[in-house]
Write a protein that binds this ligand. Sequence first.
Ligand SMILES: CC(C)(COP(=O)(O)OP(=O)(O)OC[C@H]1O[C@@H](n2cnc3c(N)ncnc32)[C@H](O)[C@@H]1OP(=O)(O)O)[C@@H](O)C(=O)NCCC(=O)NCCS
Length: 203
Amino acid sequence: MTEIPLTRVIASKEKQLQIRNSVSNAVNIPGVAHIASEKDVDALTSLLDNPEISKPIYTLPQQINRNTISAFINKHIEDRALGEGLLMVSTDESGVASAYYDIQFWPQWAACELGGAIRGDRQGAGQGSDGAIAAFSWLFETIGVDLICETAALDNTRTAHLLERIGFTYMGEIESQLADGGVRPSHYWELSKANWYRRLLKK
Ligand SMILES: CC(C)(COP(=O)(O)OP(=O)(O)OC[C@H]1O[C@@H](n2cnc3c(N)ncnc32)[C@H](O)[C@@H]1OP(=O)(O)O)[C@@H](O)C(=O)NCCC(=O)NCCS
């Protein structure tokens, strides 16, 4: 298994504390998603109970059901209290889950990894890119990370396209740790805050 992030720059104590506090106090990505709580168990289970959505994502429980999703949400509530993780859900006009975002933070390196998915009927129309860009912007500007890293299964072409168009740098193949203890080969990318702002200035 490969430990990520590959790039590790030690953050100042002040920065580490600021990131932990921002994560612990986060309630939403404005207009995009809210923190998942017990009341989201059914909606998130419905969203993820589809192998086309959940299979490409190595951080999800191996079995998707109400119990595993409830435990998944509660683990993230504990991680949020430590300033080390967030689980967020987007809902549509009918209150049905349309996307989720799972973020792991490493405050010591001012870094994080974002995973997630959007509902099948919303895929392939640019909404995944829009949601990802909103989340990346929020992570750099509101949470204050300096580095975002991403992994994807080797055959996940859409994620590769999306990340490279946004400006992520491809850094090679790694082995991702699965929830059941196994490993999965993954492609791996990073985006620094400096490159994110460089990209915005070019527009
Ligand atoms: C990955 C995911 C979030 C992308 O969202 P999306 O709305 O489907 O993707 P978009 O429409 O924004 O397209 C993303 C890119 O893939 C390309 N693309 C879309 N459909 C494609 C297809 N069937 N084959 C190849 N490329 C495709 C688009 O052209 C776009 O490339 P561009 O940015 O260079 O224009 C979404 O498909 C999803 O939730 N998939 C299942 C879970 C998953 O794979 N999560 C990511 C795990 S890291």
